[in-house]
Ligand binder design. Structure first.
Ligand SMILES: [Zn+2]
Length: 128
């Protein structure tokens, strides 16, 4: 059986090759793609560990109407006296970590690498 880490890696490679690439995917998206063959914490840890390399992580806060209202850095502090407002309904975001979630996108560097790797693989297929 393939190890979860290899599965996650190949899912990410596929997604990075999409045009346009997958953006703002969540731990749940990855879990679904690997058919829940790893735990939530495992996938979360793995994705976070790739921050700044293959992936960039953001935190998204929801507004009371559950819009994806505000994106920020994972460790960015929210000013509770001047809460950002939702760009859709103009309500203030809910300043609560339980009302936020982490999203992941690919870095340009990683996408370039994956594209090159894929081209190389295709060439090999054609030449043999
Ligand atoms: Zn809203």
């Amino acid at each position: 059986m393939t190890k979860p880490i290899a599965k996650i890696t190949s899912v990410l490679e596929q997604w990075a090759l999409y045009d346009p690439p997958m953006v703002d995917f969540t731990v749940e998206n990855v879990l679904h793609a690997i058919r829940y063959e790893a735990t939530y914490d495992y996938v979360l840890k793995f994705l976070i560990s790739r921050n700044g390399f293959e992936l960039s992580v953001s935190r998204v806060y929801m507004c009371p109407n559950n819009h994806k209202a505000f994106y920020c850095e994972v460790d960015e502090e929210i000013d509770e006296y001047d809460l950002p407002t939702c760009h859709i309904c103009e309500q203030e975001i809910v300043n609560d970590l339980d009302h936020s979630f982490l999203v992941f996108s690919f870095t340009d560097e990683y996408r370039e690498d994956i594209k090159k790797k894929d081209l190389f693989r295709l060439k090999k297929l054609v030449c043999h």
